[in-house]
Ligand binder design. Sequence first.
Ligand SMILES: *Cc1c(COP(=O)(O)O)cnc(C)c1O
Length: 383
Amino acid sequence: MRRIYLDYNATTPVHPEALKAMLPFLEANYGNPSSIHFLGREARAALDDARERLAKLLGGKSGEIVFTGSGTEADNHAIFGAVRARAGKARHIITSAVEHHAVLHSCEYLRDHEGVEITVLPVDGDGVVNPDDVSRAIRDDTALVSVMWANNETGALQPVREIGGICRERGVLFHTDAVQALGKVPVRVGDVPVDLLSVSSHKVYGPKGVGALWIRPRTKIESLVHGGSHENDHRAGTENVAGIVGFVRAVEITTAKVENEDTRLRALTERLWQGLNAGIERVHRNGPADRRVANTLNVSFAGCKSDALLMSLDLEGIAVSSGSACAVGSFKPSSVLLAMGLGAEMANAAVRFSLGAATTEADVDAVMNVMPKIVTRLRSFAV
Ligand SMILES: *Cc1c(COP(=O)(O)O)cnc(C)c1O
């Protein structure tokens, strides 16, 4: 059976060159980077080199990178770390209604267990935050603003430059979850006034279980994990050398192709949308048509249920998602789509198509061709 993968926002395959870069550190060069001997020194050199290269790609310095065990951990580190370092003085966080759960649930935990107040900013119909709302929400005791760079469900790009500028002017820390932006748009810490920036390996053709947090120099931040002086005292634990090396190689490969892939994937997602819109009645595109990462298309098929659409596509060998992977199985409509003003029925009828490196025009055409039949069948059950 054919297999068409259109779920690159959930995860990506490891790029063969990233895998190749990793293998020596799983085989002959298995040293612990903290060991004094030659095996340790080899691993340390690889780790230092990877840190240097990632810093260069992000436009920062190597001492500003903390490798983590995931994008989720980088988000947690930024939020818990920044707020706890300001405990007593700053008791308020501003975030948005469309954040990944790694951000939203961290903020809610601080609210429920550590007496921090949170302001969750609304979004417009395209899922975009208004920078004026950030400005209005900032208080004397605001510790942190956390707004993502690109949304994982709709691809919407947030006005991070404007939001960062406001935060800078008001002396408030700004964190951005750039997990879905890295490798899809240029992500450079010199271009945007940001203090903390999270990225993840497996969304950019690196291995799973690796992420990084970039921390602006002199930013006070507490650690989450204690037990050693690894990662400049920011995160204890023997480093995942092979994973980190593969991650950084993947970022190099992916970021070098950003422009070409943007053009190619934008054309493919537009082709898919035009095809679906022409072939099926009562479809609705969720999120901005233009101000988005190129690979993501979110569509609601009125009168159908997301889970039924996903299962029907799965039977056709087409892998998609209904938005946040965390919402799968819980049959709850996406909180991102609800925040954009979709009714429960349309939010429950959404499919996220996220394209990537291996996606071809033939894949897109196959989806366009099979979709009308699936939607017609599901709608006939729904009467
Ligand atoms: C995938 C994702 C994360 C979490 O990254 P993991 O490495 O899977 O923990 C965080 N934020 C966004 C926007 C994501 O898409």
